[in-house]
Design a protein around this ligand. Structure first.
Ligand SMILES: [Zn+2]
Ligand SMILES: [Zn+2]
Length: 394
């Protein structure tokens, strides 16, 4: 297997190689810094853009935890900059057309670089504008809540619906573990849930290789698997904000980003568990409710998908089946970390849950265990059985 798998996350910037899968993989994020105190590297990363104005984007929460320090560092280093502050009050910032529009509207003509300070919402909004205006951006992450910092997509809300737009990767990423370890615990847990989702994303990819002859890269699967397993060895200490456990979590999220960038697909990160999560989220948004965090939904969806694998064991290819751990093992992993375990725990109703199993495969045109169950005429029976187990017989 490729030596690149032995590199640390900080050594992954600007890497490219010819892979055993037959493709040439490129990860062209220019600068990466993950670890304690690394926010200090921000001026160094911004140096190539000194001739123009830096646009620093944050909200009231991210300013407090990282924005203030970032502004101080850039000011002391003599950069010209302007600040764009969002304030969503007690609500979380929703990355919709008004947020994206404001980032675009306030982009100065002579801006050379945008500096996004935040988690999913700010990163996705700035990433989208950066990609469309060809002004690069650096993300200073504030929460280890999802694997989107290094993903080439920007999930945004438009007219009340969620779309995942194509958007280029960041020029650089800084994830200071001293900052991230103090993130709200529900966001740390959400990040963990997103890592747990890789457990079923991997067999789903294998299934699609076997059933519909999809391309796969074993090097990226192995990269995700190693990072995920390392994260699982320390995840029971996340609830204590153990610095090493937080570092393993961030590394797993970032390595998944590297794997996605190599193959230019979200396959290494996302399978049927993500389809359930997207389905639930769209339902919440359509009803005007605040959805759960992405990763939290992915986390509780993962043992459900593993249960479908168990139910279909008699017709699944042997090798694929062997790739999926049992529902109980995954539930234990979630419970030990302090993560919700059941869809019931996070407000998913019986009706929505059943419907998501039946219709989840329509969320995106991607082969998964849900489509496999449907094609074999087993989906309805399995969906009823799992719904009854979780919510009780009707
Ligand atoms: Zn995810
Ligand atoms: Zn490959």
């Amino acid at each position: 297997m490729n030596e690149i798998l032995n590199r640390s996350i900080n050594e992954m910037a600007q890497t490219e190689f010819d892979c055993e899968c037959g493709r040439h993989h490129v990860f062209d994020v220019h600068d990466l810094a993950i670890g304690p105190g690394v926010i200090q590297k921000l001026p160094e990363f911004c140096e190539p853009f000194r001739d123009g104005v830096l646009e620093i984007v944050y909200d009231q929460n991210t300013y407090r935890v990282a924005g203030k320090e970032a502004v101080r560092l850039l000011k002391d280093a003599g950069f010209q900059y302007k600040e764009l502050a969002f304030d969503s009050g007690d609500d979380i910032l929703i990355p919709d057309e008004s947020v994206v529009g404001r980032v675009l509207e306030e982009q100065d003509k002579n801006v050379s670089l945008m500096v996004a300070i935040g988690g999913g919402s700010i990163n996705d909004s700035v990433k989208y504008v950066s990609s469309r205006t060809k002004v690069p951006y650096i993300i200073v992450g504030t929460t280890p809540s999802m694997d989107g910092y290094l993903a080439d997509g920007a999930p945004l809300i438009n007219n009340g619906r969620k779309f995942s737009y194509y958007a280029d990767l960041a020029y650089g990423a800084i994830c200071d573990t001293d900052i991230m370890k103090d993130a709200p615990m529900d966001l740390i847990m959400a990040g963990f849930g997103d890592v747990v989702g890789k457990i079923t994303a991997i067999p789903d990819w294998d299934l699609s290789v076997k059933e519909v002859n999809e391309y796969r890269c074993d090097t990226s699967v192995e990269l995700v698997r190693r990072a995920m397993n390392k994260c699982f060895t320390s995840s029971s200490k996340l609830k204590d904000r153990d610095p090493d456990a937080i570092m393993d979590l961030i590394e797993a999220l970032m390595m998944t980003g590297v794997a996605m960038a190599w193959v230019r697909l979200s396959r290494p990160a996302s399978g049927a568990e993500h389809m359930l999560s997207h389905y639930w989220e769209m339902d919440f948004i359509a009803r005007g409710l605040n959805p759960n965090h992405h990763g939290t939904q992915v986390g509780v969806a993962t043992p459900v998908i593993a249960e479908i694998y168990e139910e279909l064991a008699d017709i699944l290819p042997e090798e694929t089946k062997a790739l999926c751990p049992s529902r109980l093992e995954i539930e234990k992993l979630l419970r030990d970390a302090g993560h919700p375990v059941s869809p019931k725990d996070i407000g998913i109703s019986r009706e929505l849950f059943y419907r998501s199993l039946m219709e989840g495969c329509t969320v995106r045109p991607r082969y998964s265990i849900l489509m496999f169950a449907k094609e074999h005429g087993r989906l309805e029976q399995v969906a009823k059985k799992i719904t009854n187990r979780i919510y009780g017989e009707e």
